[in-house]
Design a protein around this ligand. Structure first.
Ligand code: NAP
Length: 223
């Protein structure tokens, strides 16, 4: 259970652009947050910076594995090149938990072009690697980090949540709402390919139309 009343949200790779922005928003909303890093000292340093910006002391920094152990729900925000190696380090700590995978399998040769892994999506790769004891859902792949770092600024983009476990998807939707976003159940884990692939389209739109932080919003869904 992760909401602003109970539960610890662990963000693996939470020292980075996307993870630190999400951590900031969750902490601002009253959640207890742990950010993980390969280097615990770096995690402590970034956590202290985030706490100082918020004027509170609710974010802690730990090594990735220790953060995963502490988390009631675990969020993964590392580059795709580090996806499986990071999961291997935290795998044992994830058993029985919900993993919210934010990873986008961008092609470093051309981030504007969709290139997906053989498993279908990074989320499916994670689920296959971790096995059934971990409920993996995809979320936040289409939320640009540039929209996250002012925790009071509204985020106009919606979050698509895909996975095979309904309660896990509800947990991810609550996390998105806690961070000030609308989120919707986008169906089974196979559908995570849509959100992952859409990120390259959004990057393309940013470049083509010279904007920052292009996103999407669903119509005719509840506010
Ligand atoms: N940036 C965005 O706007 C955005 C939006 C939606 C989705 N995403 C996705 O979210 C994920 C994170 O994006 P980001 O922009 O936050 O990335 P990032 O800042 O480049 O990296 C995030 C963290 O991952 C860790 N990391 C970096 N390289 C690593 C490696 N080789 N091995 C292990 N850990 C490594 C680092 O933490 P430590 O050095 O502390 O270990 C780093 O702080 C990506 O999959 C990205 O596609 C990003």
């Amino acid at each position: 259970m992760a909401d602003n009343a109970a539960g610890i949200i662990a963000v693996i790779g939470g020292t980075g652009k996307e993870g630190s922005g999400l951590a900031l928003r969750w902490a601002k909303a009253g959640a207890r947050v742990v950010i993980g890093s390969r280097d615990p000292a770096k995690a402590e340093r970034v956590a202290a910076e985030l706490n100082a910006r918020l004027g509170q002391d609710t974010i802690r920094g730990l090594g990735n594995r220790e953060a995963a152990e502490q988390g009631d729900v675990v969020v993964l925000t590392v580059p795709y090149a580090a996806h499986l190696s990071t999961l291997a380090q935290v795998k044992d700590a994830l058993a029985g938990k919900v993993l919210v995978d934010v990873t986008v399998p961008l092609d470093p040769e051309n981030v504007r072009r969709v290139k997906l892994p053989a498993a279908g999506s990074a989320t499916q790769e994670a689920q296959q690697f971790l096995g059934d004891s971990v409920r993996v859902v995809s979320a936040f792949q289409n939320i640009p980090e540039s929209l996250l770092h002012d925790p009071l600024a509204p985020v106009e983009c919606d979050v698509l949540v895909c996975g095979n476990d309904r309660e896990a998807k509800r947990a991810a939707i609550r996390l998105a709402e806690l961070a000030g976003m609308r989120a919707f159940d986008g169906g089974p884990i196979e559908n995570s390919v849509v959100a992952e692939a859409l990120t390259s389209v959004l990057i393309n739109l940013n470049i083509r139309y010279k904007v920052h932080g292009a996103g999407f919003r669903f119509t005719r869904l509840p506010e």
